[in-house]
Design a protein around this ligand. Structure first.
Ligand code: 4NP
Length: 154
């Protein structure tokens, strides 16, 4: 079982989109039983809140349901629970490393570092562009799955 944690700042936009887009991808590929997939935020700001409506609507437009998801702050113990901890942008990676105090087992990555065009996923809380967020995260999800295949993990 590969345990994957998607992480952004608030856990109401990008990282839940990552969680549910990647869940959808591995289900379509018939690999769902190989994975445990969740998301969290580096901040406690949105703790307990549902997925932000524009993010939920963009997922729904692609037939993806995120009902029941509530924001949770990442904690240090997550390091032992997960095999891959995937931040959405460089600032998230810095926040993740601050919470964890280090990454001795090299589990922390920026999602689009698996892409041929490594880059941050812009925060739609500020950009308002949830369509671009969906496209970028879908690219990251596909490239991450390809990476796992190349590495012989799935
Ligand atoms: P997310 O977006 O990190 O993609 O969930 C944000 C959500 C809330 C805030 C910032 C970013 N906030 O400042 O409350």
């Amino acid at each position: 079982m590969l345990k994957i944690l998607f992480v952004c700042l608030g856990n109401i936009c990008r990282s839940p989109m990552g969680e549910f887009i990647f869940r959808d991808l591995v289900e379509k590929e018939g690999l769902a039983e190989l994975f445990f997939i969740r998301s969290a935020g580096t901040s406690s700001e949105e703790e307990g809140n549902p997925v932000y409506p524009p993010a939920r609507r963009e997922l729904a437009r692609h037939g993806i349901d995120c009902e029941g998801k509530c924001a949770r702050q990442m904690e240090r113990a997550d390091y032992g629970r997960y095999d891959y901890i995937l931040g959405m942008e460089s600032r998230n990676v810095a926040g993740i490393l601050r919470i964890l105090g280090g990454d001795p087992d090299k589990k922390v990555f920026r999602l689009l570092d698996f892409s041929a065009r490594p880059r941050d996923i812009a925060d739609p809380w500020y950009s308002g562009d949830f369509i671009k967020t969906f496209e970028d995260i879908s690219e990251g999800a596909s490239c991450f799955l390809e990476y796992l295949r190349r590495e012989g993990k799935v």
